[in-house]
Design a protein around this ligand. Structure first.
Ligand code: SAM
Ligand code: DTB
Ligand code: SF4
Length: 342
């Protein structure tokens, strides 16, 4: 398939009302994905923006706030991560946060305009007693009228069902990179382990938030292959976070050469074309990006961000900076709503 053919096909599809399931494909080939991500940038961004407008208000961006409820001391060896006990980053190992502290943080997030509250824990997977505590946190977040999301690592049988029962809206579990590059980044689990947890989350009827990281030394083809894997899941993830690596001192990737931001923009545009109804989140790495790069990310189809001064262990733009960015771009926060991709 040539990219030109994709654009022509899209013109036909555009006359179909938005939401037409015919447009949602789960049979992308890696050849197609690699052609799309490498297309001339103007064609790529134009097509992505056209797809974007078919399903979304192009001036709305969903706003999530992130909280690390259990920081550091993680047994996994993810080479990008400050929280791995295998790495030398300057992050201690904390205990699970109290329910009161979580409630207070969720209230602050709500007051500042976030619609989704995401809680992250540095675990390989939750123990059952940890899960009880997290279920209490989810119920609390829901009672404030916020959407809830957690990322707790790999799940065992029955754990996803318990989270669903507690009212969980989204589970974040990233495939992080292509299957071929996976072993270069993590050795304590496999790509298939991640897919297994994603299937458990789906099976329990929880929305899936799944994406990855760019800038870890992978090739453009690896980025295309990662997106192809996401777009060929039985159902597209409702939310696709694309993180630009935050190179943390003390991690094996600390001194890696920064990736050209245009490569992130290409990845976002390809994600938008291949998973047109998913929310694509411009996630980690915004602190290092200028307003023009972020504007291009939105033009390429990103429509969600993390809002608040911190991510998990690293920084994020100050809230007043993001409000100024939204004003400058004429972007509005997206009203709360749980979207369902296909
Ligand atoms: N421990 C759980 C897990 O790995 O699934 C949840 C927390 S983990 C920090 C969530 C995701 O954050 C990772 O899968 C990775 O995609 C992203 N992430 C972690 N450190 C990052 C970094 N330094 N730069 C960019 N993204 C990062
Ligand atoms: C995701 O894809 N990005 C978020 C969230 N899911 C949990 C985490 C970004 C972490 C960035 C590095 C840090 O702050 O430690
Ligand atoms: Fe642990 Fe998650 Fe960090 Fe990997 S990414 S070391 S699993 S907290």
């Amino acid at each position: 398939m040539s990219f030109a053919a994709l654009s022509i096909a899209d013109m036909t599809i555009l006359s179909i009302p938005p939401g037409n399931p015919d447009k949602i494909r789960h049979d992308w080939t890696t050849t197609e994905a690699r052609e799309i991500i490498a297309a001339p940038l103007n064609d790529l961004v134009h097509t992505a923006q056209t797809f974007h407008r078919n399903h979304f208000d192009a001036n709305e961006v969903q706003v999530s706030t992130l909280l690390s409820i259990k920081t550091g001391g993680c047994p996994e060896d993810c080479s990008y991560c400050s929280q791995s006990a295998h790495n030398e980053a300057d992050v201690g190992a904390d205990k699970l946060m109290s329910l009161d502290a979580v409630r207070a943080a969720a209230l602050r997030a709500k007051d500042s305009g976030a619609t989704r509250f995401c809680m992250g824990a540095a675990w390989r997977g939750p123990k059952d007693r940890d899960l009880d505590a997290v279920c209490g946190m989810i119920a609390e977040v829901k009672s404030l009228g916020l959407e809830s999301c957690v990322t707790l690592g790999m799940l065992e049988d029955g754990q996803a069902e318990r989270l669903k029962e507690a009212g969980l809206d989204y589970y974040n579990h990233n495939i992080d990179t292509s299957e071929a590059f996976y072993d270069e980044i993590i050795s304590t689990r496999t790509f298939d382990d991640r897919l297994e947890t994603l299937a458990r989350v789906r099976g329990a009827g929880i929305n899936v938030c799944c994406g990855g990281i760019v800038g870890m030394g992978e090739t453009r083809d690896d980025r295309a292959d990662m997106l192809q894997a996401l777009a060929c899941l039985p159902k597209h993830p409702e939310s696709v976070p694309l993180n630009m690596l935050v190179a943390v001192p003390g991690t094996p990737l600390a001194n890696i050469e920064p990736l050209d931001p245009l490569e992130l923009i290409r990845a976002i545009a390809a994600a938008r074309i291949m998973m047109p109804k998913s929310m694509v989140r411009l996630s980690a790495g915004r602190l290092e990006m200028d307003a023009s790069t972020q504007a291009l990310c939105f033009l390429a189809g990103a429509n969600s961000i993390f809002y608040g001064d911190a991510l998990l262990t690293t920084g994020n733009p100050a809230q007043h900076t993001d409000r100024a960015l939204f004003d400058k771009l004429g972007v509005r926060p997206m009203p709360s709503e749980t979207r369902v991709a296909e």
